[in-house]
Ligand binder design. Structure first.
Ligand SMILES: [Zn+2]
Length: 406
């Protein structure tokens, strides 16, 4: 055996367990499974979870705010990013992303889906940088690349060709932002084009949808998911407008989302801070998370932006994002907190359609050993895991000094 984790506490299971790992896989888990092992970790009765999966982050924009002036609204931030993108070079984008990837790994994130802009400004430069880093970091983190037409495909028809080029370079999911188009009709056209391309290339869709309150693209998108038989292969991000619809219309949309097996990703960090409106009363900018979960929709949360014009902070730590969401979406009950811990693990893994993910014999030995016993404690502390393990190897050991050590 390569590695044994003793005294591990698991979600939904009473007692403490021993996890045996060999050749990058979980071999067995039991209460008494004595095995000779090259290396041992004593979890000391604390939680062990499968690796964190980051479902939504814009790695091509990270750290841009180190150089840029302040932005006061989403539209200002979009303009600043546009200006910055005109100056992107492969080396500059790569250097910024390379500084931030280790932050995620130290926080226990070893699988990530990242949206990378593809448009007339940055062309496919950022995708090229990302593909390079995906290879470089392949033993530490698995990366899915979403080719994201942030500036629209109807506004700039050349973008569609660039999306194809991005896919040939290695992008493996198709993104979108219907509301960026000039009219409702064009937004629908963008959605149609995204489905055509996704079907042609047999790729999943992950689309920013209704980031501001007055949009209603979700209804058309949902009908297209069903029409194109894309159930389980489509994700919508933000979906803030859902919080502004009246109860009757919101319930109808939630039922449609559930019936079409569409995943929803909320991004509390950026959206709580920017809100969804710029005039009082300002919204929190968070979709109806609890209603979606209650209806059986697969919901997760992401980091979105890190130190860029949309977000001055961001630490690539799912537990910080969950902590914010707990407040922002008023998820305070034990069952809410249980949902919060499933979102960056099992729910995100479902979005990325990961195979062999979890804590069962035969699953990949990608996991985190924490210093806390309960989900509630995890979010209260929102610290780094004690050990981050990938393919059965210890990548990171985070030492936490406490007063008891003195
Ligand atoms: Zn985003």
């Amino acid at each position: 055996m390569d590695l044994t984790i003793r005294n591990a506490r698991m979600l939904d299971r009473e007692g403490l367990f021993q996890i045996n790992i060999d050749d990058g896989k979980i071999v067995n888990i039991g209460k008494e499974v004595p095995e000779e092992s090259d290396e041992e970790i004593d979890a000391m009765g604390n939680l062990v979870l499968p690796t964190f999966v980051e479902p939504h982050i814009h790695l091509d924009k990270v750290l841009l705010a180190e150089k840029l002036r302040e932005s006061g609204s989403i539209s200002e931030a979009r303009q600043m990013v546009r200006d910055a993108k005109k100056k992107f070079t492969l080396g500059e984008v790569r250097d910024r992303i390379e500084r931030v990837i280790p932050w995620g790994i130290e926080n226990g994130v070893t699988v990530v889906r990242t949206h990378i802009d593809v448009d007339e400004y940055s062309k496919t430069t950022s995708v090229e940088a990302m593909v390079e880093l995906k290879k470089k970091f392949k033993d530490l983190i698995d990366i899915q690349i979403v080719a994201f037409p942030q500036e629209g495909t109807i506004r700039d028809p050349q973008t569609l060709d660039m999306l194809r080029k991005a896919i040939n370079l290695g992008a493996n999911v198709i993104g979108g932002l219907p509301e960026t188009e000039a009219s409702e009709r064009d937004s629908k056209k963008q959605i149609d084009e995204l489905f055509l391309l996704a079907k042609e290339k047999d790729l999943d869709l992950d689309v920013h949808c209704d980031v501001l309150p007055h949009f209603k693209n979700i209804e058309y998108f949902t009908t297209q998911v069903s029409r194109n038989r894309y159930e389980g292969r489509a994700t919508v991000d933000h979906l803030i407008a859902l919080s502004y619809y009246d109860e009757e219309y919101a319930s109808k949309i939630i039922r449609m989302i559930e019936a079409a097996s569409i995943n929803v990703v909320t991004n509390p960090c950026t959206m709580i801070s920017s809100g969804a409106t710029h005039k009082p009363p300002k919204g929190r900018g968070i979709t109806r998370v609890k209603d979606l979960v209650k209806a059986g929709v697969n919901v997760a949360y992401g980091s979105d932006n890190i130190i860029d014009p949309y977000n001055p902070f961001g630490d690539f730590n799912p537990l910080s994002n969950g902590y914010l969401l707990a407040y922002g979406a008023q998820m305070n009950s034990p069952s809410d907190i249980e949902s919060l811990v499933r979102m960056p693990t099992y729910s995100s893994a479902k979005i990325l359609r990961l195979k062999n993910y979890g804590l069962k014999p035969g699953d990949n030995a990608d996991l985190n050993v924490f210093s806390e016993r309960t989900p509630k404690e995890l979010f209260r502390v929102h610290g780094k895991p004690r050990y981050v393990i990938k393919k059965g190897k210890i990548l990171v050991e985070n030492k936490r000094e406490t007063i008891q050590n003195f």
